[in-house]
Design a protein around this ligand. Structure first.
Ligand code: M6R
Length: 609
């Protein structure tokens, strides 16, 4: 989510750090900063500010940072609003730290450190690590590497850390757990970075660190170990990608990269929220008074609207609170009947969609409370709402939403479980099962996104079709709508999403041998009825692509193609079944050669009505 770079050598660090950060600008960010160590003076200077990199560059002309060792960071806020105090690097005594990821046990660690006398100057989880390293040194760690290793043992969560000490000016230490980290090898100088693109102008010789590894970097070498201190060796790789390809992590488009990032994004969205011991969910400290909520109304646009439609199923089934869904652009024009017993849930990836903002204003005017679910910390919608709950998908660059959608579904599932436990309509046992299934999702998602070849072959076969129909029942109906939206957006092929039970009421007239029909038919209460719909399509020579549960041996007899997804709880199936649809759209569009990341006529964030 954040971009990080570190340099140690003989040249001035600041321009190298800024050039590297500029390469990470595509991620989008809300603040940036550097810490540069003047080896001779044995002191580092931190310069950081809220806003784009240009603001930091401007500040550096007024407050230059000289030295040949340094680290730089672009922040995508997760804990703590975007502000200068919350920008990285964070310092504690001689220690400077930058971080990408989330420290899951940050509240406990902060309380322990405060009790031990630490003074915090930010709201971030990252600052904790600077204090931990300083404390480890005070407690007798012989060097920075050991202090970092001892501190890592206390931290739970995902991280890539880069750490420097004014007292060890010839060393940078970095560590990786579930967040990317690459070491760049130069001549008399070395680098660390979150993305290879940040250092590609300096070196093409790199080592990608594995999970659970840390590295001590000096001007003349790098020493890699695991977190226990056992040495690890890696052959350096030579990068042959172009800079643009490197930004996309080797993927052809941002959309494909973001499809592949979904397991990680879902895991990040779960971090710190799932309490498996208590069979409960923490909404980052938000406690809703469920006795006062008489009705829930989701409002959103586009893909976020489809996530909200799934939300209606989840909230009603788990919390038994009457729930409605409305398009934000329609909501405020129908003079909705609202009052203090209503909780409006506004879902928006960007947090800037004007229709959704105006719908929130209308809801607040009428006395409803507003709970926002967004991917962008401190964007307009969460600021306007009474409560803000964030997805941790990281910046989404492709216009067609993918990882934002699946993380919205995860956030809404957490919201529904939280409510269900408080209304008493979701048993402890069922909550336990659902939470265990949520935690298991990233691996199941990885399974699907890594099996692109079959979907690519199907896409090639149907890529010349003039139209597609997507069918699903229950919570698969919004997924049918989402599949159709994805295909329309990026391939410009007309597509309709329909509730499968509605097919006989009209769209069946469309079916002939030229129409591919994608049917969402995972195991569940609607399975048999959906199989009947599928048979009706086939009886009219329609081509059926079934999205079915792994191990379903019957469905092949009713379909032309079957794409299987792993089993999960019924409530969570949409999070898996949408993945093949995203991939199908992507490969059809790629086959047609459209501008996938920036499709015609669309914008990433719709800030006009
Ligand atoms: O940022 P938001 O979630 O509020 O955006 C809503 C829609 O504009 C957005 O989902 C749009 O439909 C996407 N292009 C879908 O891929």
């Amino acid at each position: 989510m954040c971009g990080i770079i570190g340099y140690i050598g003989t040249r001035q660090a600041t321009p190298i750090l800024i050039n590297g950060l500029r390469k990470l600008e595509y991620r989008g960010y809300d603040s940036a900063g550097v810490s540069v160590l003047d080896t001779g003076a044995g002191a580092s200077r931190v310069v950081r500010c809220r806003g784009k990199l240009a603001a930091l560059e401007d500040k550096l002309t007024r407050e230059p940072a000289a030295g040949t060792v340094g680290m730089g960071h672009t922040r995508w806020a997760t804990h703590g609003r975007p502000s200068e105090e919350n920008s990285h690097p964070h310092k504690s005594g001689p220690i400077s730290v930058i971080h990408n990821g989330i420290i899951e046990n940050h509240l406990t660690l902060r309380a322990e450190l405060v009790a031990a006398g630490a003074k915090f100057s930010s709201e971030t989880d990252t600052e904790i690590f600077a204090h931990l390293v300083e404390h480890a040194l005070i407690a007798g760690a012989p060097d920075l590497t050991t202090a970092v290793r001892r501190s890592i043992a206390k931290v739970r969560g995902s991280f890539a850390f880069v750490v420097m000490s004014d007292k060890e000016p010839n060393t940078i230490v970095a560590a990786k757990n579930s967040s990317p980290l690459v070491v760049g090898l130069g001549d008399g100088e070395n680098y660390v970075a979150s993305d290879v693109t940040a250092i590609l102008n300096e070196t093409r010789k790199v080592i990608f660190l594995e999970e659970g590894e840390m590295v001590t970097v000096t001007r003349t070498g790098v020493a890699i170990t695991d977190f226990e201190g056992n040495p690890r060796t890696h052959e350096p790789k030579t990068i042959t990608w172009s800079a643009v390809q490197a930004e996309k992590g080797g993927f052809k488009h941002y959309m494909l990269k973001e499809i592949h990032e979904q397991p990680r994004a879902v895991a990040d969205t779960l971090v710190g929220r799932v309490n498996l011991e208590a069979d409960d969910v923490s909404l980052d400290g938000i406690e809703l008074d469920v006795s006062k909520i008489k009705r829930i109304i989701f409002i959103a646009c586009g893909t976020s609207y489809h996530a909200s439609m799934v939300g209606e199923f989840l909230v009603e089934s788990m919390a038994r609170i009457p729930t409605e869904v409305d398009l934000a652009s329609e909501f405020r024009y129908r003079d909705p009947i609202l009052g203090p017993g209503d909780l409006v849930v506004a879902v928006s990836q960007s947090g800037e969609t004007l229709d959704t903002m105006e719908a929130i204003r209308e809801a607040k005017r009428k006395g409803a409370q507003v709970f926002a679910i967004s991917n962008v910390v401190e964007s307009s919608i969460p600021r306007l709402a009474d409560y803000a709950f964030y997805t941790h998908a990281g910046p989404e660059i492709g216009v067609a939403s993918t990882k934002a959608f699946t993380t919205q579904l995860v956030a809404i599932s957490l919201f529904a479980i939280h409510l269900g436990r408080r209304t008493g309509t979701l048993s402890k046992e069922r909550a336990r099962e659902l939470l265990a299934e949520l935690v298991a999702l990233p691996n199941k998602m990885r399974d699907i996104v890594e099996s692109g070849a079959q979907i690519q072959a199907i896409a090639r076969r149907y890529g010349a079709a003039n139209g597609f129909l997507f069918l699903g029942r229950g919570s698969q109906y919004p997924i049918a709508l989402e599949g159709a939206l994805k295909l329309k957006e990026i391939s410009y092929i007309h597509a309709e999403g329909y509730a499968a039970g509605e097919m006989k009421h009209g769209p069946i007239a469309l079916i002939d041998e030229h129409l591919p029909v994608v049917v969402l038919v995972p195991r569940g209460p609607s399975y048999e009825k959906t199989v009947s719909n599928l048979a009706e399509v086939r009886a009219r020579q329609g081509k059926v692509i079934a999205i079915a549960s792994r191990g379903d041996n019957e469905i092949g007899g009713h379909s032309d193609d079957v794409i299987v997804v792993p089993d999960t709880a019924l409530e969570l199936q949409p999070i898996l079944t949408v993945l093949p649809l995203q991939m199908l759209s992507y490969y059809v569009a790629d086959f047609k050669g459209t501008d996938i990341d920036q499709p015609r006529n669309l914008a990433k964030s719709v800030t006009v009505e």
